[in-house]
Design a protein. Structure first.
Length: 137
């Protein structure tokens, strides 16, 4: 997602951003807003700004819509859907079907990110708690 579609953010820029994020005790996503301070310049700096804006938009979308719509927005706004459509292969068609199925299973129910809690560190999801009816295990 960092460089899809092409944003000019290469491996060196990703390494710099990750190191800067760690040194400043923040997430990679938050560090994107400080790309120049992290030593990113030129095309990579513009690409990092675009990615930061995209992630901000997707976070905002998460607060106002359901997970199915967020999944679709991520696939569309990252250019992944367009890439799969342009590929015109059986494999790409299967991936498109998988995304559509995931959107449908996720549904329109709005989940507030602030109310979601990950599994406690002492508990690992089991087959009975990790899968919903009708979902492959």
């Amino acid at each position: 997602m960092v460089n899809t579609p092409k944003r000019g953010i290469g491996a060196m820029s990703v390494t710099r951003l990750a190191a800067w994020a760690q040194a400043n005790d923040m997430s990679f996503s938050a560090a994107l807003h400080h790309s120049a301070e992290a030593g990113i310049s030129g095309k990579a700096l513009r690409g990092a700004a675009q990615l930061a804006e995209l992630l901000d938009e997707l976070r905002e979308l998460m607060e106002r819509t359901g997970p199915g719509e967020v999944i679709h927005a991520v696939a569309e706004r990252t250019g992944y859907l367009a890439e799969l459509v342009a590929e015109r292969s059986h494999e790409a068609d299967g991936r498109l079907e998988n995304i559509a199925e995931l959107e449908g299973v996720a549904g329109p129910t709005r989940i507030s990110p602030s109310s979601w809690r990950p599994w406690p560190s002492w508990r690992t999801p089991t087959r009975s708690t990790a899968t919903a009816p009708g979902c492959p295990s």
